[in-house]
Design a protein around this ligand. Structure first.
Ligand code: NAD
Ligand code: TYD
Length: 340
């Protein structure tokens, strides 16, 4: 049987990067193509353990570059596409929405066109987010299901919802085989330190203030990255054509609980917590009902307690990776955004 070719867009980022490593190691008979523009959020140093493997390939390209993407699809004739590449940070989308539309909406449409034109793609998995559903209130019995209407509140989630609609349309109109996954907040190794958990870990370790937006009572539903990777692998191979799958493990925590847990594990003082001006349009609560995915056979392997302990240990063991990031261009972003 011919080797399968899998395109992973955004494979130099946090989730795509973990997924590339997961796939390269799990499927030696698949060729994994990591396509990434290497924006501020992408780096290849994370792949030093797999970059020499025969089944790993890297292509530097912009998903919104129609000529480059068409040429790549023509040349490689991918069997599977898993699409992670995106601008992913809500705060940046509030300051500069346009790049979110270009990358997340136009970039997705360019990929869909290439898959449609070349043919042969047996599954296009679009990695989306629960943020497209908008926000829930604090009633703990309410959850996002796949039938919850899309009501995105930030430019980031609006751009993701737009891309979801295009993926759906290419399935309905042109018969492209697709799935859309909508996952809750991820955490784990190689997450860029602009996001809450790695931001907190890195700042606590450096004895710096931790900026908590508003009153810290907003709730997120946290999932360890490796449980997300397993979910996408399952949907890629077993997902029913055209279906949406929510991904989440019932790990709701307030932001303050998350920050205090990290401080406590690291044995530091809660005096480092600094309440700062709230994020504009800050969604109150996200919470996933994962029943549909569980029916496919998925269940998470990490509790929040085991996952956060593993993640903190990883950041302790890999200081070089994040210290390099926070000492570079990111420093300017941080000072401008927080003015702490
Ligand atoms: P990330 O910001 O860490 O990585 C994004 C990657 O995409 C980077 O490597 C970047 O270089 C690349 N990229 C950006 N623009 C590109 C372009 N024009 N062409 C090619 N590559 C480009 O993001 P992440 O947290 O790994 O998120 C990955 C995907 O998962 C996104 O689609 C995001 O919406 C979705 N998602 C994220 C979370 C989360 O908690 N982080 C939760 C649910 C869904
Ligand atoms: P984030 O990691 O940016 O993910 P998202 O906005 O996609 O959920 O933020 C997670 C939560 O943490 C969110 O409610 C905003 C909050 N937050 C802070 O309180 N302080 C911060 O510095 C950041 C980055 C986030």
């Amino acid at each position: 049987m011919a080797r399968k070719k899998v395109l992973v867009t955004g494979g130099a980022g946090f989730i795509g990067g973990n997924f590339v490593q997961y796939m390269v190691n799990k499927y030696p008979d698949y060729d994994i193509y990591n396509l990434d523009l290497l924006t501020y959020a992408g780096d290849l140093t994370k792949h030093k353990e797999i970059e020499k493997k025969d089944n790993y390939h890297f292509v530097k390209a912009d998903i919104a570059d129609r000529d480059a993407i068409s040429a790549l699809f023509e040349k490689e004739k991918f069997d599977y596409v898993t699409h992670f590449a995106a601008e992913s940070h809500v705060d940046r989308s509030i300051t500069d929405p346009e790049i979110f539309v270009v990358t997340n909406v136009l970039g997705t449409q360019v990929l869909l066109d290439a898959a449609k034109a070349v043919g042969g793609v047996t599954k296009f998995v679009h990695v989306s987010t629960d943020e497209v559903y908008g926000e829930l209130d604090f009633d703990p019995t309410t959850f996002f299901t796949e039938n919850t209407p899309l009501q995105p509140n930030s430019p980031y989630s609006a751009s993701k919802a737009s891309s979801d609609m295009l993926v759906r349309a290419y399935h309905k109109t042109f018969g492209l085989p697709i799935n859309i996954t909508r996952c809750s907040n991820n955490y784990g190794p190689y997450q860029f330190p602009e996001k809450l958990i790695p931001l907190t870990i890195s700042r606590v370790l450096n004895d710096q203030k931790i900026p908590v937006y508003g009153d810290g009572k907003n709730i997120r539903d946290w999932l360890h990255i490796l449980d997300h990777c397993a979910a996408i692998d399952l949907v890629l191979h077993e997902g029913a054509n055209g279906e949406v799958y929510n991904v989440g493990g019932h790990n709701e925590r307030t932001n303050l609980e998350v920050v205090k847990t990290i401080i406590s594990i690291l044995g530091k003082s809660e005096d480092f917590i600094e309440f700062v001006t709230d994020r504009l349009g800050h969604d109150k609560r996200y919470a996933i009902n994962p029943t549909k995915l569980e029916a496919l056979g998925w269940k998470p392997t990490y509790s929040f307690e085991s996952g956060i302990a593993q993640t903190i240990q990883w950041y302790l063991d890999n200081k070089g990776w994040w210290e390099e990031i926070i000492s570079g261009e990111y420093q300017n972003y941080f000072e401008k955004h927080y003015a702490l």
